[in-house]
Design a protein. Structure first.
Length: 261
């Protein structure tokens, strides 16, 4: 193993996680906490020990996520057999642009079915319980997976490199976008506007409210970027639209309990 390249990948992934999740945490949980606490999806904040657990398991996940690119892209015996390409001209700019939304659709499909599988009673405690200990998640929960779940999640990288042509730009943008949307999903605050869940486009897009409900109720709303599969398979929480409407319609109130740790 090339430890120098592994260290570089590890630090690069860690920088992105702590920068993106950290900024979201500072803004929503420290700087604006009192001012926007009434908008908190679940009107309470996690305890410090919850943040610590989320950061610990997320750090383990970052380490695990660094292995697939090292093994797939920096191995002379594996890389030639992948679909990785270096020159945009090989497939053209049209494909280069369209490949990114295709990656999101592939990842969302993989995540949905993997997520449902991990909720099977025989697998839940082993794979997914650690993540669900954050029943009121914070931005730090974005990667708070049990190591076994982190390995399963990291396989999307392998799937890409053996199914569709991918450039280094695709992989970089995918990692950043996936992390940002994961942080948003665990933010605990809704950023999309009122009425979005009923919009022609919005009704297919996953929201922080949707994923927060999954953490709160432990079932339904299994999607990542979209709720296409949830709607098709009938796993969308029946109270989703009402909850989204309630959260995005809140007016500022005085409630000292909201600000409790």
């Amino acid at each position: 193993m090339n430890w120098g390249k592994f260290t570089w990948l590890l630090l690069d992934n860690a920088d992105k996680y702590f920068l993106i999740a950290g900024q979201a945490f500072v803004v929503f949980y420290i700087l604006l906490r009192k001012k926007i606490s009434y908008k908190k999806i679940q009107q309470r904040f996690p305890k410090p020990k919850d943040y610590g657990r989320e950061i610990f398991f997320s750090t383990l996940s970052v380490i695990i996520f660094s292995f697939p690119p090292l093994l797939m892209l920096y191995s002379d015996s594996i890389r030639p057999h992948t679909t990785f390409y270096k020159n945009i001209s090989e497939y053209g700019w049209l494909y280069a642009v369209l490949a990114f939304p295709l990656m999101l659709l592939i990842h969302d499909t993989y995540f949905y079915w993997l997520h449902r599988l991990m909720h099977h009673p025989k697998l839940f405690k082993l794979f997914h319980l650690v993540h669900h200990k954050s029943n009121n998640p914070s931005p730090w929960a974005a990667y708070a997976f049990h190591p076994l779940e982190a390995v399963a999640e990291s396989l999307i990288f392998v799937i890409f490199l053996f199914t569709i042509p991918v450039h280094s730009i695709h992989l970089t943008l995918f990692f950043i976008f996936s992390l940002i949307y994961n942080v948003y999903g665990h933010l605990g605050f809704e950023l999309y506007p009122k009425g979005f869940s009923n919009h022609l486009l919005g009704k297919w897009i996953n929201t922080s409210v949707s994923h927060n409900m999954h953490h709160q109720y432990f079932k339904g709303n299994y999607g990542l970027y979209f709720i296409i599969w949830d709607r098709l398979m009938g796993t969308l929480n029946t109270n989703y639209n009402d909850t989204f409407q309630e959260v995005t319609s809140r007016q500022k109130i005085t409630n000292p309990e909201i600000c409790q740790v």
